[in-house]
Ligand binder design. Structure first.
Ligand code: ZN
Ligand code: ZN
Length: 230
């Protein structure tokens, strides 16, 4: 525990002295500058992280049971580095450029959107001092007048995913979440399920399952990074 506290203190101090140094090029100004954002045009939004093939408009022909999935880029690229800095070093200033990058990777949606962030484990939020997916959702919603954020999915338990294989992780993920009893689905709304990284896809699949069980079928998935190699 001591160790975690020390690390967190040190990294927050770093954030304090250099929150606006561009993580891409080192220039002072923004946490991720416009030029670096432009250079990120090689995004993988037309790429299915499940079967690892390219597709058009986020909808994979092979993975018919999955909604359209959009992402910013590969986990091993600068996007992955930005997420690490944002999430583990608690660099809140990165929530804005990350939301912008994700927004650019998403299609135009011609109706109101409700963003549903996949909930983070409570202890991680406490340790990091930020709820990174929720904060990202908030930043994303600010970019559109008819987008909002709802914590429709809550954690049913706060244990950490420890299974190494895909199947175990999916079983664990299915047990990890439940629908918020206060949440009432609405018509003519697109629900954007949001998460940071697609690793095995277990968390996202569990989220999709819960939404479908609650009669939500107009779903789009937005994630920041995917792993092309695993
Ligand atoms: Zn830059
Ligand atoms: Zn696929």
């Amino acid at each position: 525990m001591d160790f975690i506290v020390k690390i967190t203190t040190k990294l927050n101090f770093f954030d304090l002295i250099a929150p606006h140094t561009c993580r891409g090029c080192g220039h002072i100004g923004e946490a991720f500058c416009d030029r670096c954002k432009k250079n990120l045009k090689t995004s993988h939004q037309n790429y299915c992280p499940n079967c690892k093939t390219n597709n058009t408009n986020g909808k994979c022909k092979k993975c018919k049971n999955l909604p359209p999935i959009f992402n910013v880029g590969d986990r091993n690229s600068i996007v992955g580095a930005l997420i690490k800095d944002y999430k583990y070093n608690s660099v809140r200033a990165l929530s804005k450029p990350l939301a912008e990058l994700l927004d650019n990777a998403l299609p135009i949606i011609n109706q109101p959107v409700t963003i549903i962030p996949l909930p983070t484990i409570d202890s991680h939020i406490r340790q990091r001092g930020l709820d990174h997916t929720y904060l990202l959702a908030k930043q994303l919603s600010k970019r559109h007048h008819n987008w909002s954020v709802k914590k429709a999915i809550i954690r049913a338990n706060n244990s950490i995913q420890v299974g190494s294989d895909k199947k175990t992780r999916l079983t664990q993920a299915n047990l990890a979440y439940s629908i918020n009893p206060k949440f009432k689905p609405e018509k003519n709304i697109t629900y954007l399920l949001l998460d940071d990284v697609w690793t095995t896809g277990a968390s996202i699949r569990a989220g999709i399952k819960i939404l479908k069980e609650n009669d939500i079928n107009d779903i789009v998935v937005g994630i920041l990074a995917v792993s092309r190699l695993d």
